[in-house]
Design a protein around this ligand. Sequence first.
Ligand code: LLP
Length: 877
Amino acid sequence: MSAFSALTATNPAASTRSAWSVLKFGGTSVSKRSRWDTIGRLALARRDESGPVLVVVSAVSGVTNALLAIIEAAQRDVAQAKSLAEVLCDKHREFAASLDLQADAVIGQRFAELHALVVDTRAARADFGWQAEVQALGELMSSALGEAYLNRQGIPIRWIDARQHMRAIVLPNTTQWAARLSVNCHIDTSDAYRAGFAEQGDLLITQGFIARDEAGQTCILGRGGSDTSAAYFGARLQAARVEIWTDVPGMFSANPREVPQARLLSRLDYEEAQEIATTGAKVLHPRCIGPCREAAVPLWIRDTERPELAGTLIDASAVDAAPGVKAISTRKGIVLVSMESIGMWQQVGFLADVFAIFRAHGLSVDLIGSAESNVTVSLDPSENLVSSNVIDALCADLVAFCRVKVIVPCAAITLVGRGMRSLLHKLSDVMAVFGRERVHLISQSSNDLNLTFVVDESVAEGLLPKLHELLIASGAMPVEETDVFGPSWRQLSGQAAARAACWWQSRSTALLALADSSPRYVYHLPTVRARAQALAAVEAVDRRFYAIKANPHPALLRTLVDEGYGLECVSQGELSHVFASVPALAPQRVLFTPSFAAREEYLLARERGVRITLDSVYPLEHWPELFHGQDLQLRIDPGFGSGHHEKVRTGGKGAKFGLPASRLAEFLATADRVGARIVGLHAHIGSGVTDAAHWRTVYSQLAGLAEQIGTVESIDVGGGLGVPYEPDAPAFDLDAYARALAEVKSAWPHYELWIEPGRYLVAEAGVLLTRVTQCVDKLGVRRIGVDAGMNALIRPALYGAYHEILNLSRLQDAAGSPADVVGPICESGDVLGRRRRLPDRTQEGDVLLIATAGAYGAAMASTYNLRALPDEELLDD
Ligand code: LLP
């Protein structure tokens, strides 16, 4: 079903409504001739499909800002205002010419009005009504040009003045400013009104943003008011729908400019959309949702450049009982007002008193946090807040009641979605991120639709991509619900990484044959070599070690040793395994980097002659005899961690690894006493890191310390390089990694640069083959059971990790309905993938391939439930 037919089919009120469609086009959508052609085409198509059409337009891009500049200039420098006005008229002349129109013939009268307003006596006192009249000209001009152009194209659209229809209402506490420059409008839903409106024609064009007050004077709806105008018209006409045509494909789960992985939200209910719009998304003006919701008019966001995309549909039918975070957003410019009063405890009327002051200043309070002697509130960056010194005035009044502190600039980071309270257990990773920062205020909305954290603006910088990723990984944002979550911005904007050819795509026959024993891991040695060589081409690196914990299969170890890699081990078991698998390996090519290991393990490592890494003073203090005369490597905790999941971040206070730099002196003194020499510094901040800048920071920190120590010869920046698990995820940016390392290496060329990756070398070389055991539908959930569970591959259960899953037996079949792929282990967490669209014909005995399983797959497998360990096989062609 197309979104358009869904619109009529799912909306119970659809049949009782008028057939009007309201189509709103924003600034960029009316700024080019080709866009007006689109407007004409869409308007005609809607009229022919479903009935009369009202087109609501904004001013041409940049015009409202230009008008504001004129307003500003007119108050102090009329000559400048006049010249700005002339520039604006010229801009319209130019635009009209591109439409083959004579601007002066079509909107000459508006030009004259503008010039008259510039010299109006009201200008000097910045009269609000005068400001409204100046600003209204933008929409009056664009709509008139649009009408003339479309008529010329043979489209009989008729211009109407929005001010005849949009009547401002004055709400209690409305300031004089708001009464002219930020009005709300009356909604007349009477049959008589609709009948009268319909008499004007079935193809009309009007202005967004403008209205009139009781006295008939021009007012404006404030920034973003065109959306609201469209919604008011939609409500008044009881329209079949309001379509907001804009320059993005719809609402997203995060701001796509910051988070390219953000997903298009295909369907939302009014409340969710309201929250998302209010808490940061710029696509829709928050005020426009209310009128549509009250009148049950569906609101549909569409992309003017790409009308074929389905956009975001907001209506009452989208209410989904399943809880889930739909979006995360940030609002900057938040002002926090903290009010401290010792006398507040049980003091009747304190809040009433202070809130009365906010009201008197026309400030609306957003979030509230309270303690016995403190109330902290947040204020949205409203127009009067930025355009006047209202905060100073507010504080001056508040001091009579309490001590006031204003905290700026703050940012509010909000998670929006239904059933936030029931999701808290999934938000632990998100909480952990905030836990490391200073959070001024946490607020959970009483409608259970949002959870907001207020932090300093600087903290919010760059945090969104990480939080978005964590929300998906934890299952809090159920992106597998494809009815709600559409494609990612990256996919829509054509930036999705074209899937790099995977070795297994051309080897399905061989793999199917190998699945005679199942579950079975299969490793492709040429892929291991290819990754090893790509990394070896990073010039700044002097020595490379493979972290065998990722996959200790002997053939992989031999392959990597042949490629020139040393091996990094973390246990006695790994050490023994390494020398058994590659007997000729020189001990100098082996690192021993254990964590909280027993004394015997260090003893064994020493006997083998491998390079030992210590990460605390304890071994030196308690077993000095082991380290006497040894050259050691010291693992530093750089104070921060990074990686695909909280559980794999190895830096900072919360992690058990590494010596904090603050204890370096003590460590060095002890090493000196023991007679050990520190010849290498080491840090490994975590696993699955995608931002190359981290290694630059780590190296710089270590180099700084190395300079103090004096005996250091090498700096090991660990492993951690990420790999793409999702089919459209970008490959690890090896060039950026090479550049970052080259930069630091050139700053400190006297240290050897070492690395010790695991995942990067083997993850993509491995797949897990598993056979379908049972296919079961239970209470509407489709489940495909397989013989590999969390015993064979624990990453999805442990980290919420994503692994692509496909049915190797039915590669030609189309995607089917969503199914959870589950294992045979007696745990609810035994799920390998959720809501995967495996072919509907998938059946017992089919072979499923679980991709990117070469790292931390077999290595972490267990015999839990006494199930046998998965088999392992190799392919070398
Ligand atoms: N060096 C040290 C000291 C490490 O602890 C690790 C991994 C590495 C190097 C290699 O990191 P890699 O390049 O593979 O990211 N089981 C988790 C990963 C745990 C990584 C533990 N340490 C997972 O499946 O994601």
